[in-house]
Design a protein around this ligand. Structure first.
Ligand code: KG4
Ligand code: ZN
Length: 336
Protein backbone atom coordinates (compact mmCIF):
# COMPACT_ATOMS: atom_id res chain seq x y z
CA UNK A 1 0.00 0.00 0.00
CA UNK A 2 1.21 3.44 -0.96
CA UNK A 3 1.35 5.97 1.80
CA UNK A 4 -0.03 9.31 0.80
CA UNK A 5 -0.21 12.83 2.03
CA UNK A 6 -3.33 14.40 0.57
CA UNK A 7 -4.22 18.08 0.52
CA UNK A 8 -8.01 18.17 0.41
CA UNK A 9 -10.36 21.05 -0.39
CA UNK A 10 -14.10 21.26 0.34
CA UNK A 11 -16.29 24.20 -0.74
CA UNK A 12 -19.62 22.63 -1.75
CA UNK A 13 -21.87 24.84 0.37
CA UNK A 14 -21.14 27.46 3.01
CA UNK A 15 -17.93 26.15 4.57
CA UNK A 16 -14.52 26.86 3.04
CA UNK A 17 -12.20 24.11 4.21
CA UNK A 18 -8.76 22.66 3.54
CA UNK A 19 -7.06 19.72 5.26
CA UNK A 20 -3.89 17.65 5.12
CA UNK A 21 -4.58 13.93 5.66
CA UNK A 22 -2.02 11.15 5.96
CA UNK A 23 -2.89 7.66 4.68
CA UNK A 24 -6.60 8.43 4.65
CA UNK A 25 -6.89 8.11 8.41
CA UNK A 26 -4.74 10.68 10.17
CA UNK A 27 -5.58 14.38 10.34
CA UNK A 28 -2.55 16.66 10.22
CA UNK A 29 -4.75 19.72 9.81
CA UNK A 30 -8.41 20.49 9.11
CA UNK A 31 -9.22 24.20 8.81
CA UNK A 32 -12.90 25.10 8.44
CA UNK A 33 -14.06 28.67 7.80
CA UNK A 34 -17.82 28.86 8.31
CA UNK A 35 -19.87 31.55 6.56
CA UNK A 36 -22.91 31.05 8.78
CA UNK A 37 -22.81 34.62 10.09
CA UNK A 38 -23.06 36.04 6.56
CA UNK A 39 -26.06 33.89 5.64
CA UNK A 40 -27.88 34.21 8.95
CA UNK A 41 -29.64 37.46 8.14
CA UNK A 42 -31.06 35.87 4.99
CA UNK A 43 -32.31 32.82 6.90
CA UNK A 44 -30.48 30.45 4.58
CA UNK A 45 -27.48 30.04 2.29
CA UNK A 46 -27.39 32.63 -0.51
CA UNK A 47 -25.39 31.02 -3.35
CA UNK A 48 -23.82 34.26 -4.65
CA UNK A 49 -22.74 35.30 -1.17
CA UNK A 50 -21.28 31.82 -0.60
CA UNK A 51 -19.24 31.90 -3.83
CA UNK A 52 -17.82 35.31 -3.02
CA UNK A 53 -16.74 34.21 0.45
CA UNK A 54 -15.09 31.09 -0.97
CA UNK A 55 -13.07 33.22 -3.41
CA UNK A 56 -11.96 35.52 -0.60
CA UNK A 57 -11.02 32.69 1.76
CA UNK A 58 -9.69 29.78 -0.23
CA UNK A 59 -6.02 30.79 -0.65
CA UNK A 60 -5.57 31.64 3.03
CA UNK A 61 -7.36 28.50 4.17
CA UNK A 62 -5.14 26.26 2.01
CA UNK A 63 -2.02 28.04 3.27
CA UNK A 64 -3.18 27.74 6.87
CA UNK A 65 -3.84 24.02 6.46
CA UNK A 66 -0.32 23.39 5.07
CA UNK A 67 1.22 25.49 7.80
CA UNK A 68 -0.71 23.79 10.59
CA UNK A 69 0.34 20.39 9.20
CA UNK A 70 3.94 21.65 8.98
CA UNK A 71 4.28 20.60 5.35
CA UNK A 72 4.78 22.35 2.02
CA UNK A 73 3.28 21.58 -1.39
CA UNK A 74 6.43 19.57 -2.14
CA UNK A 75 5.52 17.03 0.54
CA UNK A 76 1.99 16.59 -0.80
CA UNK A 77 1.30 13.48 -2.94
CA UNK A 78 -2.08 14.51 -4.38
CA UNK A 79 -4.65 17.29 -4.29
CA UNK A 80 -8.27 16.17 -3.68
CA UNK A 81 -11.36 18.30 -4.10
CA UNK A 82 -15.15 17.94 -3.79
CA UNK A 83 -16.51 17.88 -7.36
CA UNK A 84 -20.16 17.54 -6.22
CA UNK A 85 -22.91 17.45 -5.18
CA UNK A 86 -23.41 21.03 -4.00
CA UNK A 87 -23.88 24.60 -5.16
CA UNK A 88 -22.28 25.06 -8.57
CA UNK A 89 -20.65 28.43 -7.83
CA UNK A 90 -19.30 27.23 -4.49
CA UNK A 91 -17.97 23.97 -5.93
CA UNK A 92 -16.26 25.82 -8.79
CA UNK A 93 -14.09 27.85 -6.42
CA UNK A 94 -12.70 24.71 -4.77
CA UNK A 95 -12.30 22.88 -8.08
CA UNK A 96 -10.43 25.83 -9.65
CA UNK A 97 -8.15 26.18 -6.64
CA UNK A 98 -7.37 22.45 -6.59
CA UNK A 99 -6.67 22.38 -10.33
CA UNK A 100 -4.33 25.38 -10.03
CA UNK A 101 -2.46 23.78 -7.10
CA UNK A 102 -2.17 20.41 -8.84
CA UNK A 103 -0.98 21.96 -12.10
CA UNK A 104 1.49 24.43 -10.56
CA UNK A 105 3.05 21.74 -8.34
CA UNK A 106 2.79 18.78 -10.76
CA UNK A 107 0.63 16.73 -8.40
CA UNK A 108 -2.18 14.35 -9.33
CA UNK A 109 -5.72 15.66 -8.91
CA UNK A 110 -8.49 13.62 -7.25
CA UNK A 111 -12.20 14.41 -7.73
CA UNK A 112 -14.17 13.31 -4.67
CA UNK A 113 -17.90 12.98 -3.94
CA UNK A 114 -19.18 15.03 -1.01
CA UNK A 115 -21.46 12.25 0.27
CA UNK A 116 -18.60 9.75 0.08
CA UNK A 117 -16.67 12.29 2.14
CA UNK A 118 -19.32 12.31 4.88
CA UNK A 119 -19.20 8.49 5.00
CA UNK A 120 -15.38 8.32 5.05
CA UNK A 121 -15.23 10.86 7.89
CA UNK A 122 -15.66 7.70 9.96
CA UNK A 123 -12.34 6.35 8.67
CA UNK A 124 -10.70 9.16 10.66
CA UNK A 125 -12.20 7.55 13.78
CA UNK A 126 -11.78 3.84 13.14
CA UNK A 127 -10.58 1.62 10.24
CA UNK A 128 -13.54 0.81 8.00
CA UNK A 129 -14.56 -2.83 7.59
CA UNK A 130 -16.74 -3.97 4.73
CA UNK A 131 -19.51 -4.70 4.08
CA UNK A 132 -20.91 -1.73 5.94
CA UNK A 133 -24.04 0.40 6.04
CA UNK A 134 -24.04 4.19 6.39
CA UNK A 135 -26.92 6.45 7.37
CA UNK A 136 -26.18 9.79 5.69
CA UNK A 137 -28.23 12.66 7.13
CA UNK A 138 -27.43 16.22 6.12
CA UNK A 139 -29.04 19.45 4.95
CA UNK A 140 -29.31 18.17 1.39
CA UNK A 141 -29.37 14.37 1.76
CA UNK A 142 -30.97 11.58 3.75
CA UNK A 143 -30.00 8.15 2.53
CA UNK A 144 -28.98 4.64 3.49
CA UNK A 145 -25.83 3.59 1.65
CA UNK A 146 -24.64 -0.02 1.54
CA UNK A 147 -20.95 -0.52 0.80
CA UNK A 148 -20.01 -4.14 -0.05
CA UNK A 149 -16.39 -3.02 -0.38
CA UNK A 150 -14.13 0.02 -0.32
CA UNK A 151 -15.17 2.59 -2.93
CA UNK A 152 -18.41 0.81 -3.92
CA UNK A 153 -21.68 2.56 -3.00
CA UNK A 154 -25.24 1.24 -3.26
CA UNK A 155 -27.94 3.70 -2.23
CA UNK A 156 -30.60 1.32 -0.91
CA UNK A 157 -32.98 4.01 0.36
CA UNK A 158 -33.38 7.77 0.35
CA UNK A 159 -35.77 10.58 1.14
CA UNK A 160 -38.56 11.09 -1.37
CA UNK A 161 -38.82 14.79 -0.53
CA UNK A 162 -37.05 16.86 2.14
CA UNK A 163 -33.75 15.93 3.74
CA UNK A 164 -33.87 15.62 7.54
CA UNK A 165 -31.65 18.69 8.02
CA UNK A 166 -33.83 20.70 5.66
CA UNK A 167 -36.90 19.92 7.80
CA UNK A 168 -34.99 21.02 10.92
CA UNK A 169 -33.92 24.28 9.27
CA UNK A 170 -37.40 25.14 7.92
CA UNK A 171 -39.09 24.52 11.28
CA UNK A 172 -36.33 26.52 12.93
CA UNK A 173 -37.15 29.42 10.63
CA UNK A 174 -40.89 29.29 11.45
CA UNK A 175 -40.00 29.32 15.15
CA UNK A 176 -37.78 32.36 14.55
CA UNK A 177 -34.54 30.58 15.41
CA UNK A 178 -31.24 31.65 13.84
CA UNK A 179 -30.11 29.74 10.73
CA UNK A 180 -29.32 26.86 10.64
CA UNK A 181 -32.01 25.73 13.06
CA UNK A 182 -30.89 22.11 13.42
CA UNK A 183 -28.45 22.57 16.27
CA UNK A 184 -30.71 24.92 18.27
CA UNK A 185 -33.78 22.69 17.84
CA UNK A 186 -31.72 19.72 19.04
CA UNK A 187 -30.79 21.62 22.21
CA UNK A 188 -34.40 22.75 22.72
CA UNK A 189 -35.63 19.17 22.26
CA UNK A 190 -33.69 18.17 25.36
CA UNK A 191 -35.44 20.86 27.41
CA UNK A 192 -38.93 20.00 26.18
CA UNK A 193 -41.37 17.10 26.51
CA UNK A 194 -42.92 14.98 23.78
CA UNK A 195 -46.46 16.29 24.22
CA UNK A 196 -47.49 16.15 20.52
CA UNK A 197 -47.75 13.06 18.39
CA UNK A 198 -46.42 13.94 14.93
CA UNK A 199 -46.59 11.52 11.97
CA UNK A 200 -43.89 8.89 11.41
CA UNK A 201 -43.93 8.62 7.61
CA UNK A 202 -42.94 5.42 5.81
CA UNK A 203 -42.21 3.65 9.07
CA UNK A 204 -44.28 0.59 8.21
CA UNK A 205 -43.49 0.49 4.51
CA UNK A 206 -41.34 -2.31 3.23
CA UNK A 207 -38.48 -0.21 1.83
CA UNK A 208 -35.58 1.88 3.10
CA UNK A 209 -36.96 5.22 1.93
CA UNK A 210 -37.82 8.25 4.04
CA UNK A 211 -40.17 11.23 3.79
CA UNK A 212 -39.97 14.31 5.99
CA UNK A 213 -42.11 16.90 4.21
CA UNK A 214 -45.38 15.65 5.76
CA UNK A 215 -43.84 15.81 9.22
CA UNK A 216 -42.43 19.27 8.48
CA UNK A 217 -45.89 20.53 7.36
CA UNK A 218 -47.60 18.96 10.38
CA UNK A 219 -45.21 20.76 12.73
CA UNK A 220 -45.50 24.08 10.90
CA UNK A 221 -49.33 23.84 10.78
CA UNK A 222 -49.42 23.14 14.51
CA UNK A 223 -47.36 26.29 15.13
CA UNK A 224 -49.51 28.44 12.79
CA UNK A 225 -52.83 27.15 14.18
CA UNK A 226 -51.76 27.79 17.74
CA UNK A 227 -50.62 31.31 16.84
CA UNK A 228 -53.91 32.07 15.08
CA UNK A 229 -55.96 30.88 18.01
CA UNK A 230 -53.69 32.66 20.41
CA UNK A 231 -52.98 29.37 22.15
CA UNK A 232 -49.85 28.93 24.17
CA UNK A 233 -47.48 26.51 22.55
CA UNK A 234 -44.22 25.62 24.10
CA UNK A 235 -41.54 25.71 21.37
CA UNK A 236 -39.45 23.35 23.50
CA UNK A 237 -42.22 20.74 23.42
CA UNK A 238 -42.61 21.25 19.66
CA UNK A 239 -38.87 20.64 19.27
CA UNK A 240 -38.99 17.53 21.46
CA UNK A 241 -42.03 16.12 19.65
CA UNK A 242 -40.58 16.83 16.19
CA UNK A 243 -37.19 15.37 17.07
CA UNK A 244 -38.78 12.22 18.51
CA UNK A 245 -40.57 11.63 15.18
CA UNK A 246 -37.44 12.22 13.04
CA UNK A 247 -35.22 10.06 15.23
CA UNK A 248 -37.70 7.21 15.52
CA UNK A 249 -38.02 6.84 11.73
CA UNK A 250 -34.29 7.24 11.03
CA UNK A 251 -33.31 4.68 13.66
CA UNK A 252 -36.05 2.14 12.87
CA UNK A 253 -35.31 2.07 9.13
CA UNK A 254 -31.56 1.94 9.69
CA UNK A 255 -31.80 -0.96 12.13
CA UNK A 256 -34.10 -2.83 9.77
CA UNK A 257 -31.64 -2.41 6.88
CA UNK A 258 -28.73 -3.36 9.16
CA UNK A 259 -30.48 -6.62 10.07
CA UNK A 260 -31.15 -7.49 6.46
CA UNK A 261 -27.65 -6.79 5.15
CA UNK A 262 -24.57 -8.82 6.13
CA UNK A 263 -22.69 -5.87 7.62
CA UNK A 264 -19.71 -5.57 9.92
CA UNK A 265 -20.11 -1.87 10.64
CA UNK A 266 -22.85 0.73 10.84
CA UNK A 267 -21.81 4.35 10.23
CA UNK A 268 -23.56 7.62 10.99
CA UNK A 269 -22.65 10.51 8.67
CA UNK A 270 -23.52 14.10 7.70
CA UNK A 271 -24.40 17.32 9.51
CA UNK A 272 -27.42 15.85 11.28
CA UNK A 273 -25.12 13.14 12.72
CA UNK A 274 -24.30 15.86 15.26
CA UNK A 275 -27.83 15.47 16.64
CA UNK A 276 -27.65 14.35 20.27
CA UNK A 277 -31.01 12.60 20.21
CA UNK A 278 -30.12 10.64 17.09
CA UNK A 279 -26.66 9.64 18.36
CA UNK A 280 -28.11 8.38 21.62
CA UNK A 281 -31.08 6.54 20.08
CA UNK A 282 -28.88 4.85 17.49
CA UNK A 283 -26.37 3.77 20.15
CA UNK A 284 -29.13 2.27 22.27
CA UNK A 285 -30.83 0.53 19.36
CA UNK A 286 -27.58 -1.00 18.10
CA UNK A 287 -26.68 -2.24 21.58
CA UNK A 288 -30.12 -3.80 21.96
CA UNK A 289 -30.84 -5.11 18.49
CA UNK A 290 -27.65 -5.77 16.56
CA UNK A 291 -25.11 -8.41 17.51
CA UNK A 292 -21.56 -8.11 16.29
CA UNK A 293 -22.11 -4.91 14.36
CA UNK A 294 -19.71 -2.12 15.23
CA UNK A 295 -21.30 1.33 15.35
CA UNK A 296 -19.13 4.32 14.41
CA UNK A 297 -20.32 7.85 15.11
CA UNK A 298 -18.00 10.71 14.12
CA UNK A 299 -17.02 13.40 16.63
CA UNK A 300 -19.00 16.64 16.21
CA UNK A 301 -16.05 18.28 14.43
CA UNK A 302 -16.33 15.74 11.59
CA UNK A 303 -20.13 15.71 11.18
CA UNK A 304 -20.58 19.04 9.38
CA UNK A 305 -18.85 19.87 6.12
CA UNK A 306 -15.05 19.73 6.36
CA UNK A 307 -12.11 18.92 4.09
CA UNK A 308 -10.66 16.16 6.31
CA UNK A 309 -13.49 13.85 5.24
CA UNK A 310 -12.66 14.58 1.59
CA UNK A 311 -9.02 13.67 2.21
CA UNK A 312 -10.15 10.43 3.87
CA UNK A 313 -12.45 9.47 0.98
CA UNK A 314 -9.82 10.43 -1.60
CA UNK A 315 -7.29 7.97 -0.18
CA UNK A 316 -8.76 4.86 -1.80
CA UNK A 317 -8.98 6.80 -5.08
CA UNK A 318 -5.31 7.70 -4.61
CA UNK A 319 -4.34 4.07 -4.06
CA UNK A 320 -6.24 3.06 -7.21
CA UNK A 321 -4.65 5.95 -9.10
CA UNK A 322 -8.14 7.14 -9.88
CA UNK A 323 -6.99 10.61 -10.91
CA UNK A 324 -8.93 13.43 -12.57
CA UNK A 325 -7.99 15.47 -15.62
CA UNK A 326 -7.15 19.16 -15.33
CA UNK A 327 -10.33 19.74 -17.36
CA UNK A 328 -12.32 18.70 -14.25
CA UNK A 329 -15.58 20.61 -13.82
CA UNK A 330 -17.92 21.01 -10.84
CA UNK A 331 -20.87 18.59 -10.87
CA UNK A 332 -23.66 20.02 -8.71
CA UNK A 333 -25.96 17.00 -9.15
CA UNK A 334 -23.30 14.29 -8.79
CA UNK A 335 -24.63 10.98 -7.43
CA UNK A 336 -22.72 8.47 -5.32
O1 KG4 B 1 -23.54 18.02 6.13
P1 KG4 B 1 -23.88 19.45 6.39
O2 KG4 B 1 -22.91 20.30 7.16
O3 KG4 B 1 -24.15 20.19 5.03
C1 KG4 B 1 -24.76 19.52 3.97
O4 KG4 B 1 -24.04 18.80 3.22
O5 KG4 B 1 -26.01 19.64 3.88
O6 KG4 B 1 -25.30 19.45 7.11
C2 KG4 B 1 -25.91 20.65 7.53
C3 KG4 B 1 -27.25 20.32 8.17
C4 KG4 B 1 -28.11 21.53 8.43
O7 KG4 B 1 -29.42 21.27 7.96
C5 KG4 B 1 -28.09 21.66 9.95
O8 KG4 B 1 -29.23 22.25 10.50
C6 KG4 B 1 -27.99 20.22 10.36
O9 KG4 B 1 -27.05 19.67 9.45
N1 KG4 B 1 -27.52 20.05 11.75
C7 KG4 B 1 -28.29 19.47 12.72
C8 KG4 B 1 -27.53 19.51 13.90
N2 KG4 B 1 -26.33 20.11 13.63
C9 KG4 B 1 -26.35 20.42 12.29
N3 KG4 B 1 -29.52 18.95 12.67
C10 KG4 B 1 -30.03 18.44 13.80
N4 KG4 B 1 -29.37 18.44 14.98
C11 KG4 B 1 -28.12 18.95 15.08
N5 KG4 B 1 -27.47 18.95 16.25
ZN1 ZN C 1 -22.41 17.98 3.76
Amino acid sequence: EKTGLILAIESSCDETSAAVIKNGDTILSNIVASQIKSHMRFGGVVPEVASRHHVEQITQIVEASLEKARVTMEDIDAVAVTEGPGLVGSLLIGVSAAKALAFANSKPLIATNHIAGHIYANQLVQPLQFPLLALVVSGGHTELVYMPEDGVFETIGETRDDAAGEAYDKIGRVLGLPYPGGKVLDEMAHEGKETLNFPRAMLQEDNYDFSFSGLKSAVINTIHNARQKGDDIDPYDIAASFQAAVVEVLVAKTIRAAKEKPIKQLLLAGGVAANKGLREALRNAVAKELDEVELIIPPLSLCGDNAAMIGAAAYSQYQNQDFAQLSLNARPGLLL
